[in-house]
Design a protein around this ligand. Structure first.
Ligand code: FES
Length: 153
């Protein structure tokens, strides 16, 4: 299988990589662009650790081919803070202890950002429903819901 050139716009910067067409967005981010904030959990669309935004919509980057993300705005956890200033949801995760081991946190944050943006953060139930694809082995769910609620209010 041949290698092809891809141009990916990640967190506002266009970057060019050489990769095989079958490379997932997750592997492109982590292994080609050194953006290791996005985590690989299951690699099969079942844990949400790899969640990023593509044109503002959340996707499992393990199920997305990097070639298909060309020409779109990709946002990873590294793109949330503005310089030294944390994204309000990042601050809320700190305020509410929204993580323990932290492995799922980047995916939780990206899903949470989409939850807020798309209007699913009005009630705890709708937050839980929206966030149900993001697994947390430590069981930080109540604190994650509380963090999202804080930003919504
Ligand atoms: Fe993509 Fe688990 S690594 S959903």
């Amino acid at each position: 299988e041949g290698v092809t050139e891809m141009r990916l716009k990640v967190n506002g910067a266009v970057r060019t990589i050489q990769a095989e067409p079958r490379v997932t967005l997750l592997d492109a981010l982590r292994e080609r662009l050194d953006l290791t904030g996005t985590k690989k959990g299951c690699d099969h669309g079942q844990c949400g650790a790899c969640t990023v935004l593509v044109d503002g919509k959340r996707v499992n980057s393990c199920l997305t081919l990097a070639v298909m993300a060309q020409g779109k705005e990709i946002t990873t956890v590294e793109g949330l803070a503005k310089g030294e200033e944390l994204h309000p949801l990042q601050q809320a995760f700190i305020d509410h202890d929204g993580f323990q081991c932290g492995y799922c946190t980047p995916g939780q944050l990206m899903s949470g950002v989409a939850c807020l943006k798309e209007g699913h953060a009005k009630t705890d139930d709708s937050i839980r429903e929206w966030m149900s694809g993001n697994l947390c082995r430590c069981g930080a769910y109540p604190n994650i819901v509380a963090a999202i609620r804080q930003v919504e209010q």
